[in-house]
Design a protein around this ligand. Sequence first.
Ligand code: NAX
Length: 329
Amino acid sequence: TRTPVNVTVTGAAGQIGYALLFRIASGQLLGADVPVKLRLLEITPALKAAEGTAMELDDCAFPLLQGIDITDDPNVAFDGTNVGLLVGARPRTKGMERGDLLEANGGIFKPQGKAINDNAADDVKILVVGNPANTNALIAQAAAPDVPAERFTAMTRLDHNRALTQLAKKTGSTVADIKRLTIWGNHSATQYPDIFQASVAGKPAFDAIGGDEKWLSDEFIPTVAKRGAAIIEARGASSAASAANAAIDHVHTWVNGTAEGDWTSMGIPSDGSYGVPEGLISSFPVTTKNGTYEIVQGLEISEFSRARIDASVAELAEEREAVRALGLI
Ligand code: NAX
């Protein structure tokens, strides 16, 4: 029998946590043959709610679930962690300036980064979901100098999945027909969903949309980029099940690999590829294999794409300057 994998989820009592934990425990994160131990990190006032979720996990009698620990101490939560899903974050409240938001999240992600540095397993993999995800990942990574930088990633898979479905609907195809779609840049309204490298049922996606650049710029890109706000408007609450699903997809792909001829989108530390300044945690087209990932190289970037990638990357650079000025990295 395999040794269980330790999976830590922060913000475990929140709505994404509730949509995520049952899927991890049922084997959808790592595979149907991989036992897991869950560590739930919450702030003290939410521990009781986390215990309630743990009771329900118990009541599912998942054969793969070999234990649940609940704590408000990051050092305990990340002890021996193999996979860390950093979901809990400080949301932007009314009237809050961006500096205040970054500072509040620095107060969460800096100590968590240090706790990961000091306690996690050697093979630890981190996915940051809590917003602003890319910059929170940067803060955590900077606080974990002993962990290889590339183990810190930010989630743009929800954006990727949103883009897949929008393109499938437009072209009357299914998401399974679409390959090599990319989200570039920041998980924010400046993100750039790129279909110029993509194919739909083996045909260039740009041809499949009838070369309709206006649809791209006026409908596709804003629909994908503003989907989070549209969900809040419709549901009265932010994306939860779809966000949890994307977190599952992100880690599953990272661990199990991308399909031949396809890639995915992940927010990862830039190595300078495609003119993205080194060290920024930006979304790129990546292939994965044996638990590692690589940026897809050699893609031709059109002028249309270049301007949009640059705008999103500029926002990431500004966020990095802001957290630098706050002493968070
Ligand atoms: P909720 O407010 O439902 O849950 C957040 C939970 O985090 C709460 O239970 C809170 O007590 C906990 N928490 C706060 N500080 C903590 C700390 N220091 N340690 C541990 N836990 C802590 O939010 P939810 O809807 O679950 O969303 C979580 C985060 O995901 C938000 O930041 C949200 O903006 C972000 N999202 C990111 C997405 C992405 O694609 N990257 C999409 C979905 C989502 O909007």
